[in-house]
Design a protein around this ligand. Structure first.
Ligand code: ZN
Length: 418
């Protein structure tokens, strides 16, 4: 939700301009502040921002997308596994045509991933050189998973969405020997494969996948239908199983907790944080998401659990689209269709419920991608002493009594509410 002042809105931010009676009410009745959700030196990704909100120090837990997506699809990683996102992309001649081969249904991706598992994981040349260490797992649509047992994470990969229409060969994986040496000097356990060997293996898999997928009947049919062929894998964002203490371990008052989200990365964070993942029908991660269903699931979970992390992606997507009207709508939807119903339901419960509202990071419509600026937050609980801030937005919350927090400052403040 967080954004910059917009000229056409009279230099107000979207949170200032949008009609958000419930967020404003909770800010007025509660306490507010700003939170730095992106630690210095880290990219303002959703995985960084959301795990920071939950209090995790990125220096200690950051492992990138691969391991989080593994958790999201139920793949438990061994301590010596390296998990890496594996896109199925479209190559045209020497170039990456796109990062997702247009539209690929999960069932279609599943056919190709199972085929690659069969052929590549058991490829005699690969098995002879490295052993039986390659595993492909089906994820969602074009986004799948590659696990290399004994793989090294210190490799430089190019996210394929960053290089559409670029030649693919110069973007192949390279070892980050400097980072590898530094990790070893700092006491990291050596991996079975070095960074150089891991990069070589992944590049071999990419080239072999192109030979296999190029000949697959699925792609012949796709080309006949005028669609982009799904003709190469593209692994990126690898890491190990993160060393994350569960929230229960850090905050004993949480005996049971839940996460509600349509986004794989947040599901993965929830898994390692010890939260059960609740699936909500019609939760899409987009503007048409089932707000009412998510709110109802949160209310239901609060009857049995001590903590519920409810995540709604819609505003971020609207920010990426650069769509001001749509983003305003998503903010008003969140207020009216999720926060409102939850507050109205729990406000009179015998066991009081504390509510915090916050974005994970700004995705300004003028910028169309994430920024690392601090975001506003509010914390409300029955009986909390208000701090005088009257509205929930990037300007008003700067005056809040919490000031600007960072690292685990927010979650500790929230958990300190009785
Ligand atoms: Zn985003």
């Amino acid at each position: 939700m967080a954004d910059w002042p917009v000229e056409s809105l009279g230099n107000m931010t979207l949170l200032q301009y949008a009609k958000t009676p419930y967020m404003d009410l909770l800010a007025k009745k509660g306490k507010t502040g700003m939170l730095k959700t992106v630690q210095d030196g880290f990219h303002p990704g959703s995985e960084v921002a959301n795990s920071s909100i939950l209090g995790y120090d990125q220096e200690k837990v950051y492992e990138g997308r691969g391991p989080l997506e593994a958790a999201s699809i139920g793949v438990e990683l061994a301590p010596d596994d390296m998990a890496i996102r594996c896109n199925i992309i479209c190559i045209e001649g020497d170039n990456i045509k796109n990062h997702s081969c247009g539209r690929l249904e999960t069932e279609e991706g599943d056919i190709l991933i199972k085929y690659l598992q069969d052929k590549l994981a058991n490829d005699p040349e690969i098995v002879a050189k490295y052993g039986n260490i390659v595993h492909f797992y089906t994820g969602v649509q074009y986004r799948h998973l590659l696990v290399i047992n004994g793989g090294n994470k210190y490799i430089k990969c190019t996210p394929p969405h960053d290089v559409p229409l670029h030649p693919w060969r110069p973007e192949l994986v390279k070892p980050d020997t400097e980072a590898e040496a530094k990790a070893l000097a700092n006491g990291a356990k050596p991996t079975k494969l070095s960074a150089t060997e891991t990069a070589e293996l992944i590049n071999t898999l990419i080239v072999k996948s192109q030979e296999l997928l190029g000949k697959h009947p699925f792609n012949a049919q796709r080309i006949a239908e005028g669609k982009d062929p799904a003709n190469s894998i593209w692994p990126w964002a690898g890491g190990y199983r993160p060393h994350m203490a569960t929230l229960q371990e850090t905050f004993p008052q949480i005996k049971k907790g839940a996460v509600i989200t349509a986004v794989d990365l947040i599901r993965g964070i929830g898994h390692y944080a010890g939260l059960r993942c609740i699936d909500v029908e019609g939760a899409t991660g987009l503007y048409d998401t089932n707000y009412e269903g998510k709110a109802a699931a949160a209310i239901e979970a609060l009857k049995t659990d001590d903590f519920v992390y409810l995540h709604v992606e819609a505003s971020d997507e609207a920010g990426h689209d650069g769509d001001l009207e749509l983003k305003l709508q998503t903010i008003e939807n969140l207020d009216k269709r999720a926060i409102g119903p939850i507050y109205e339901e729990v406000k009179n419960w015998d066991e009081s419920v504390a509510i915090a509202v916050l974005p994970d990071h700004p995705t300004p419509v003028a910028h169309r991608t994430h920024t690392n600026e601090p975001i506003p937050f509010l914390i409300y609980a029955p009986g909390i002493e208000p701090d005088g801030v009257q509205t929930f937005d990037e300007v008003a919350c700067k005056e809040g009594s919490y000031g600007t927090l960072e690292k685990d400052g927010f979650i500790k403040a929230f958990m300190a509410i009785n």
